[in-house]
Design a protein. Structure first.
Length: 1013
């Protein structure tokens, strides 16, 4: 057990915490920061920091250092020889070197823009690395989010479930901070999941006094200009008396709002300690001389080298009752004109990439376990890790947040792309293996096929990662191919729609039950014109599948059809539609005045969902579901970004971090009052309205035949800035639902939070909800908008949902990045394309409000398609594939399934959050109850899963053990500090959670297991 330094009762104990804040990319790339290249941009070389700190720690057992960013530490550690590794291990074991937080990225992931799936993954990667390298002694007990720009209670709840004893952060709203200082409320209990997990989600939370910096005058780094402590009276510049007395005053000031006789002082800052002796030499002196004053009784201040966990131990011992906080620390304002809400939406294409990367990574992880029967070769495990690392790094508070320099952002994208290639090879192998396994079974039964496929299919799969701009080289160039669709949900996906970009209009689609009806839709002109888009695709082939079985592959064969007489009925109608550019039922392109005479037009689907358009403006006018019609106008608007030189608060510019419209409190201007043109394409699977608003904004509003969701696919850019104004583009859904200024946003894609400061922007990871009642467990009318990436959102006016889609700005906001957020690509402003889904629910609609849970999950765990050229298959394989896709035998698809048993074992309210290889003989399993309490009469109930049934459903299980959320501690060893709330709290957690031989999951609960195979 590591020892903490001794403190003195009756004194102000100042815990000096030497630390370095090492961003995993910001102004320089992660590798540049590690090695120290590109120092003309910023001095920073983490390798020297670690070299230097270790040398200094060796000199005195009193000295301490905390280290946070595993991604850097791992780089350094693997370059050390055995001797150095031994020294470091000793420093870890005796408590001199303490790991804090422990996530991979930096551990310090962004809290506004990161999805909970990615937060858990990146933390797990870092925590398990520390565990495997140093064992229990290195397990971080304290979370350290000193730099992120606002804090989310879901993040705190996840930390609690990872077993952390406390959380410290540096940034909170400047007014809130003042208030807390005055009221001695800088430390609190954060009840981070108050409606669901109760005490289990309590997390001690401390706001640091001065961000993460040392007091003025006491920065002893080579980067700093403060004078060193000169204790030689013979020399000029002797300043000991002054330095000591000053420090004693500062210590008293800092300690006051904490009121326990202890205060944590952060001695370090960004990329400091590259020459660690300058720090330690001066801190040694400071401690010696300040403490010497105790002898003469002239001071009650006691300095000590310490760490956050040692500090926290003392605070816990003090038994000071703490206030209880239940909401978020968003938005964060650092001065009256600096609201850090721009980054919720900055760099929309990177944010999308990060979300899609997580989607593909989860598929890769699942298949690496399932397709290899729980025993993936080490190479497969390594390939998964090759993608896990960049996806982890992308969660950094300067990565997914969009607040890094452009070249660093490009580096994040490059890392994601390279990592994705590794996982593509895993998914390809897995797909072929699953096909092969199923092929063997068919052979065994029928003898029809020769046993010749020992290595799986002889073709490889292509994965089209640009489907969001309707590009897929494989499907555009092949004339006979198989598309294998993997559904990563542990439940069957009903009424799924498949869209495939193609270059010509005539196709046959063959599915399990024979020929499937399909539809051809034109790709909108603005999409064809996206700068840099290289594609032959002019159409998208659309077909529907009644059910995609969970955790399974489903095959479809797509063949070019040149003989028109085959299936003439379908094709003729399609041809007709195509010749006329689709079956256009309304077009306002030429003359809107004439449209005055027309009636509004309506599009319906067979789920009783209908959307009505105003034929004069071409805008959405209302949405009808069941017996309810709600006026919903949707349009695009812009704010002019504030220009400024940041010379004072009033001159703060809107930038990568800050959202500041040029006239505060003003409403945004519509881009246009009516659409420039619209076209309606009608078909049996989908009806689409293609709207063009301006040269740089277009949209497709899409109604699939069997769905409760209206899909909006928006496209924005290049945002014009020739007028020298930066612009921030939003969309609004305006309804007449009486919301009384209340709206709901999600926290990191999980808990819903109640917001009531209209006009404040909040992070929206997955959805926003407005409703006619503040209690969402009632059946009142509600409107949900789901999104496909993190965005900022608000409700400026009653009944309204506003989301920011794109930002192009011409000034830097002076928080360090040093570049205006002016993204360009292919010589012009960056174009972004993305989706929203609108869901009308509650009273009269026949749709439960809780439907958003399932819908959001379908989005972040979207199906993945692989394309294989049939002409490359051997003859017998070809026969098989034909057979596989056309057989009516329902068992066949079940055979393509990995761990299909899980689908039967898991109740509908339980999500398979993680199935991830750890080694060739171990994997991690996470099961999540993904509903909140009272949200749904059935799905919000606790569930019990038989352990035996679970074992049967998983591949090759030898043993299964529950761990904490980070997978680095057995659950029975979990012991966290207890805290005393200032006021009596309801305990929401009084429930049975241990049932012999079974797993019990309560609302919002996640259970993690380490499985040996
Ligand atoms: Zn930072």
């Amino acid at each position: 057990m590591k020892s903490c330094p001794k403190t003195k009762a009756g004194y102000i104990n100042v815990h000096l915490v030497p630390h370095s804040h090492d961003d995993v990319g910001w102004l320089k790339t992660v590798d540049q920061y590690y090695y120290g290249d590109n120092n003309k941009i910023q001095l920073g070389a983490v390798q020297y920091t670690l070299d230097s700190v270790v040398e200094e720690l060796k000199k005195s057992p009193d000295r301490r250092f905390i280290y946070v960013e595993s991604a850097f530490f791992w780089r350094w550690w693997t370059n050390q020889d055995a001797e150095m590794q031994e020294i470091v291990t000793r420093l870890v074991n005796n408590g001199q070197l303490e790991f804090i937080l422990g996530g991979w990225v930096m551990i310090m992931n962004d809290e506004a823009c990161s999805h909970y799936n990615s937060i858990i993954d990146q933390m797990t990667l870092g925590l398990r690395f520390l565990n495997e390298t140093f064992g229990e002694c290195a397990r971080p007990k304290v979370a350290w989010q000193i730099d992120p720009f606002g804090h989310s209670r879901e993040q705190a709840s996840l930390f609690a479930q990872m077993g952390f004893d406390g959380l410290f952060f540096g940034r909170l709203d400047y007014q809130d901070k003042e208030f807390r200082k005055q009221n001695k409320d800088m430390e609190m209990i954060w009840s981070a999941s108050p409606n669901n997990l109760g005490n289990a989600s309590w997390l001690f939370t401390g706001a640091l006094y001065n961000g993460y910096n040392p007091p003025d005058g006491y920065c002893f780094d080579i980067f700093c200009e403060d004078d060193p402590i000169n204790d030689d009276p013979k020399l000029s510049g002797y300043n000991l008396v002054e330095k000591v007395n000053n420090f004693i005053n500062i210590a008293q000031d800092w300690a006051e709002p904490y009121d326990t006789g202890h205060v944590l002082m952060t001695m370090g800052s960004d990329f400091q300690y590259m020459a660690a002796h300058t720090w330690y030499k001066n801190l040694d002196k400071l401690i010696k001389y300040v403490n010497r004053k105790q002898i003469t009784n002239s001071s009650r201040v006691n300095l000590l080298y310490s760490t956050p966990s040692c500090y926290l131990q003392e605070v816990n011992k003090s038994k000071r009752p703490l206030s209880v906080k239940k909401d978020d620390f968003f938005p964060y304002a650092s001065d009256p004109h600096a609201f850090w809400t721009g980054y919720f939406s900055s760099r929309p294409t990177l944010k999308y990439f990060v979300q899609k990367a997580n989607n593909f990574l989860q598929v890769c992880k699942q298949l690496a376990v399932g397709a290899f029967n729980g025993h993936p070769p080490q190479k497969i495990v390594d390939s998964v890790r090759d993608f896990s690392e960049p996806v982890g790094i992308a969660q950094h508070h300067d990565a997914v947040s969009g607040t890094a320099k452009q070249h660093v952002t490009d580096d994040y994208s490059l890392r994601l792309t390279v990592g994705m290639k590794s996982c593509e090879s895993v998914v390809d192998k897995a797909f072929r293996k699953l096909q092969h396994a199923s092929l063997n079974e068919v052979q065994a039964e029928s003898n029809e096929f020769p046993r010749s496929f020992s290595n799986g299919l002889s073709t490889t799969y292509e994965f089209c990662q640009l489907l969001n701009i309707s590009v897929c080289t494989a499907s555009e160039t092949m004339s006979d191919f198989v598309v294998s669709v993997y559904n990563p949900l542990a439940r069957d996906l009903q009424n799924a729609y498949i869209r495939i970009p193609v270059s010509s209009p005539l196709w046959d689609v063959q599915g399990q039950s024979g020929l499937i009806s399909s539809q051809i839709v034109n790709i909108p002109q603005p999409v064809l014109g996206i700068p840099g888009r290289r594609s032959k695709a002019l159409y998208e082939l659309v077909f529907s599948v009644d059910s995609l079985p969970g955790l399974s592959l489903s095959n479809f064969q797509i063949r070019k059809n040149t003989t028109e007489h085959v299936h003439s009925l379908k094709i003729k109608s399609q041809l007709k539609a195509i010749k006329k550019g689709g079956r256009v039922i309304h077009s306002s392109a030429s003359n809107l005045a004439a449209a005055n005479l027309r009636e509004d037009f309506m599009i319906k689907n067979s789920n009783g969902l209908a959307i009505v358009f105003d034929s004069i403006t071409g805008l959405l006018k209302s949405v009808i579901k069941g017996s309810v019609e709600v006026p919903v106008e949707q349009n695009f608007y812009f704010y002019l970004g504030m220009a400024g030189d940041n010379s004072k608060f009033e001159k703060r510019a809107s930038g990568a971090y800050i959202f500041r419209p040029n006239t505060t409190g003003s409403q945004p201007s519509p881009i246009t009052e009516r659409v420039f043109s619209y076209q309606v394409y009608k078909g049996s699977h989908v009806t689409e309205v293609h709207q063009v608003f301006t040269e740089w904004i277009s949209q497709v509003i899409r109604l699939y035949d069997k769905t409760d969701l209206v899909e909006f696919e928006w496209m924005i850019g290049p945002v014009p800035v020739e007028d020298n104004y930066g612009k921030e583009i939003i969309t609004r859904y305006s309804t007449d639902i009486p919301t009384k200024g209340v709206f709901f946003t999600d926290a990191n894609g999980r808990q819903l939070k109640h917001e009531n400061v209209s006009g404040n922007y909040y992070p929206v990871n997955s959805r926003m909800v407005i409703s006619s009642n503040e209690d969402l467990s009632q059946d009142q009318l509600s409107l949900v908008v789901l999104n496909d990436r993190a965005q900022g959102g608000t409700s400026m006016n009653d009944g309204e949902i506003e989301l920011m889609l794109h930002r192009r700005l011409l000034f830097d906001d002076a928080f360090g990045v040093g570049e205006p957020l002016n993204e360009t690509a292919y010589g012009t402003g960056l174009v972004a394309r993305g989706k929203h889904w609108l869901l009308l629910a509650g009273e009269g609609t026949g749709v439960p409000i809780s439907k958003h849970r399932e819908a959001a999950q379908n989005i972040f765990m979207d199906k993945i398609m692989g394309f294989a050229d049939v002409s490359l298959l051997q003859h017998n394989e070809y026969s098989f594939m034909r057979n596989a896709v056309s057989t009516r035998n329902p068992d066949l698809s079940a055979r393509n399934t990995m761990v299909s048993g899980l689908v039967q074992v898991l109740p509908t309210n339980v999500h398979l959050l993680t199935l991830e290889p750890v080694s060739p003989t171990q994997f991690l399993l996470r099961l999540e109850h993904f509903y909140e309490k009272r949200e749904d009469p059935v799905n919000s109930e606790p569930v019990t899963i038989s352990l035996e049934a679970l074992k049967q459903a998983l591949p090759s299980v030898k043993s299964i053990m529950e761990t904490t959320l980070g997978g680095n501690q057995w659950i029975e060893d979990l012991k966290r500090f207890e805290w005393i709330p200032r006021t009596v709290q309801e305990n929401a957690n009084e429930h049975v959670s241990v049932v012999q031989g079974a797993i019990v999951l309560h609302p919002m609960e996640i259970k993690t297991f380490l499985v040996n195979t």
